[in-house]
Write a protein that binds this ligand. Sequence first.
Ligand code: TNX
Length: 546
Amino acid sequence: MQQNITRTFYSLMLVSALAGLTSCGSKSASPEAKAAFENVIPMPVSATTSGSAFFITDETVIIADSSQEVRAAGEYLAALLRPATGFELPVGGENTAAAIRLSISGSDAQLGAEGYELTVGEDEVKIVANQPAGLFNGIQTLRQLLPEKIEKREKQQGPWEIAGGTIRDYPEYAWRGTMLDVARHFFSVEDVKRYIDLASYYKMNVLHLHLSDDQGWRIEIKSWPNLTKVGGSTEVGGGEGGYYTQAQYSDIVAYAQSRYMTVIPEIDMPGHINAALASYAELNPGLPIKREAGGPVNPAQAESQELNAKPVPGQLYTGIQVGFSTLSAKKEITFKFVDDVLRELAAITPGPYLHIGGDEAAVTKKEDYIVFINRFREMVRAHGKKMIGWEEIAQGDIDSAVVVQYWNSQKYARMAAEKGAKLLFSPAKKVYLDMQYDSTTKLGLHWAAYIEADSSYIWDPATYVEGISKEQIVGVEAPLWTETIANMNDLEYMVFPRLPGVAEIGWSASRSRSWTEYKARVGRQARRWKEMEIDYYPSPLIQWVE
Ligand code: TNX
């Protein structure tokens, strides 16, 4: 007993001595700062703490003046840090003792185009990368090393401590994306920008925008103005819908570029095309509507009659059935229409891909479907882009220049791989962000599965489909379909906590991933999400540190 008390006494002495040291200026890292260092998502390739700490103060400067893009990264970092710290944080200033230095060295090949090395010493934080994209990713890591309140937009009380150490990091897959369906429910430019910020915070680098579907056409096409005037005028449930002008789309693209995300626009064809058919009578094949459209949506889930309503040919549609509409392969006007749309879209899309949809064309004859895919492919090429489409396009004449997005059928995935195409992995049972977490969560559908946070995380693209190896896979993408998702609160609830997990599957090597370890890290993100005002699903499988 006596011994114990003595030991406790000496430990206390030691703790106070250390605490004293810290307050006298020797900078040793606090447990909180160390924990932040060890809990980054996506998990870095390596992270070693040194025991010391760096403090951002009103003296700190950001050194980033070697090129315009490095400078932009510095300004972006300063804009992130200024509100909560209240510090000036001049960019490109003198090299004083306390600096955050950003630099493009080009000397470390292993880091690739998106990797970085972040070193936190007592007097300097340094992020080194080969490309500005790597600096951007390093900055995202730096944000997670700081106290959560750094994300607040009003001035907070410091200290602004970062644990010392070194993080070396680069991604496993080049394509780490998310898709937002702005057709079933429209999302404003501001909403899309917020989504870009949230996805890029976890180092995602592709934003796929699902710009057209049966319920809405969301991108201005100058040569076919009724697409937006009529086709953009409503959405699921009968709301007012909306669309992006080409200028607004370009604004989204530029914003995404500033976050090192590539926008991939999708026009879904030859099915999922009712909004266009309702806008231009001449595009209608005059097919009878297949009453029980089937498809993955379970009509029993549609709460109101309206959502279950049968589509009427030539009319706008605000329900949630799928697989009932098609373009006509017999009409030449169809191909004029498609070519005009793809030309205008290619002209405003700097990214290399155009997504032509191609899914669930349940009322398109198979021979017509193949004609469509082959002609779409030629048109996309003629406009200087590469084609990507949902897995069904594997039935067409595709080759290594085409990306096939696997979502449901392993047969089509293998067919695509056999034809030499590259695969983008979006298995519905794992990464469909519109799936309910369990039978009690209100938002979402469940035709593919109920997807809890663990299920969404526990899988590996490289072993998921027999016969398809890692070399054939460009990466992962998590789609958010929005039949039941009407606003940002709904969106965030479906996306968090699953999106960070998908981001980690794309970024971190599978051998270093385990759910048990990951769930502790993701639980520690809760405070950050609170500060960022993210409305997340508090999965009971995770111990949230709030
Ligand atoms: C299937 S996945 C669809 C979408 C629906 C989604 C709902 C795919 C390529 N098509 O049209 O919105 O299911 O989960």
